[in-house]
Design a protein around this ligand. Structure first.
Ligand code: PHE
Length: 452
């Protein structure tokens, strides 16, 4: 890996920029849209507890491994893994992990863009006053009108995909740093304002808290555990090289452990706050928590419609959701486009266009699964549910498992030890989590769901 030419002179200006970029990747629809709806579908407290345990015991150690591998390898994730396999005299088959991550990123981007397209649609709708003074039933009906129209969904899906493509093609560094500095704090502030509103005006705040935190052991089914495990990977953006790709730009002297701790805490806190905003408001609207993917859109549209200056706050909220989704989606495309450029000298613009076009086409399946194909099921799942399940619940955990095993079993101890720069005790804890706990968690839950 001694090719110093490729070592970018463009390492992030300082540690906080890496934190911002990694948080930009991690924080997105996963926290604001998916976490609340999955908690709602899987019974609340038990799912949340399992999710928190998986973040701490599986997600964080693997995220540390990803950053360490990225910073050590200084290439795209696929090249890094295969080069490191060579220098560690391990099998060429480690390259397979690259393909697994390609499947993850393609599947995730395909449906992510469709849902983010909804957020773009709601941003414009709110700012133009479409959802002013409507009843919860009307909020529900307008969501349905959007999702029943393949054409409208395709338009917004396309808008989002083009935005993602343009940013990646131009090189994520330009602009990412400065825009994240504004977007992330704005999102936090707006979430705190909404949380305050939920506490003071929903009238059901404690009911929401109870739903989110009350633990009913009977809800802890194998399926819920798999969903929680998959969501821990999805939410932290680990298991497919997104964080590894950003790790390349992390300055050598910074501590990986504390940086990852900051990113993971921010990510988890935002998901919990989103839940604390959405559930009390859902109850206050007389709605059910287990609605599924429409939860955030319908509930909040109904709430904003009656809130003072609600259309303004609503527009701002969906704008920030759209941008948060954009900073996540670019991190899905980045690793593969860098690899295509590195391996086949394919221009960024060409690689990005080809990749986004494929993901866009696959995304049409998700578009159709809300209307024309809503009754076309594959093993009981719609197209959208299938790509979501395949990527979040199968290929991300598998990719993460390979990264954990690679960093803790295959790579030379001295290399990873130096890169992580932990105390010996800390290193041993990290290694035990990657060597034993993470693989066991994935294997046991996979066995329970697929073979049990
Ligand atoms: N973590 C992102 C979110 O929560 C989604 C994501 C998954 C991004 C995998 C990159 C890689 O919205």
């Amino acid at each position: 890996m001694g090719d110093q030419q490729v070592v970018p002179a463009r390492t992030w200006t300082h540690r906080w920029t890496f934190v911002l970029a990694a948080a930009g990747s991690a924080i997105g629809l996963g926290n604001l849209w998916k976490f609340p709806y999955m908690a709602g579908v899987n019974g609340g407290g038990a799912f949340v507890l399992a999710y928190l345990c998986f973040i701490a015991a599986v997600g964080v150690p693997i995220m540390m491994a990803e950053v360490a591998l990225g910073r050590h390898g200084r290439h795209s994730p696929i090249t890094t893994m295969s080069e490191l396999a060579k220098t560690s005299q391990a099998s060429r088959w480690w390259g397979v992990s690259g393909w697994i991550s390609a499947v993850s990123s393609m599947c995730i981007l395909s449906f992510y863009s469709v849902i983010a397209g909804w957020a773009v649609y709601y941003t414009i709708g709110m700012f133009s006053g479409t959802f002013d003074h409507i009843t919860p039933e009307q909020a529900d009906a307008s969501f349905e009108a959007l999702t029943l129209s393949p054409l409208r969904m395709t338009v917004w899906h396309s808008v989002f995909m083009v935005l993602t493509g343009i940013i990646v093609a131009r090189g994520v560094h330009k602009g990412l740093e400065s825009s994240l500095r504004i977007i992330m704090p704005s999102l936090f502030v707006l979430l705190v304002v909404l949380l305050g509103y939920s506490v003071m005006y929903s009238g059901h705040f404690m009911e929401g808290v109870r739903f989110l935190l009350e633990f009913h052991p009977e809800d802890l089914t194998g399926q819920a555990l798999l969903a929680a495990l998959g969501h821990a990977f999805f939410s932290l953006s680990v298991g497919m090289g997104a964080i590894m790709a950003y790790g390349v730009y992390m300055p050598k002297k910074e501590s990986i452990a504390s940086t990852v701790a900051v990113v993971a805490s921010l990510d988890t806190a935002i998901a919990l706050v989103a839940g604390l905003i959405i559930f009390p408001l859902t109850f206050s609207q007389g709605m059910e928590p287990n609605q599924g993917p429409e939860l955030m859109f319908v509930t909040l549209t109904a709430v904003f419609s009656s809130m003072p200056a609600g259309q303004f706050f609503g527009g701002l909220f969906f704008l920030l959701v759209s941008i948060a989704a954009l900073t996540s989606s670019i991190s899905m495309v980045e690793p593969l486009v860098t690899w295509l450029a590195e391996r086949f000298a394919i221009k960024r613009a060409v690689g990005t266009t080809a990749y986004c076009l494929l993901a866009w086409l696959l995304g049409l399946g998700t578009v159709m699964s809300f209307n024309e194909w809503s009754d076309k099921l594959f093993l009981g799942r719609t197209f959208f549910e299938t790509v979501d399940f395949l990527s979040a619940n199968i290929t991300l955990p598998l990719g993460g498992l390979l990264i954990a095993i690679f960093a803790s079993w295959v790579m030379k101890r001295s290399l990873i030890y130096k890169e992580l720069n932990l105390s010996t005790g800390g290193f041993n804890v990290w290694r035990a989590l990657c060597r034993v706990v993470a693989p066991l968690a994935v294997l046991v839950i996979f066995t329970e769901n697929f073979l049990g």
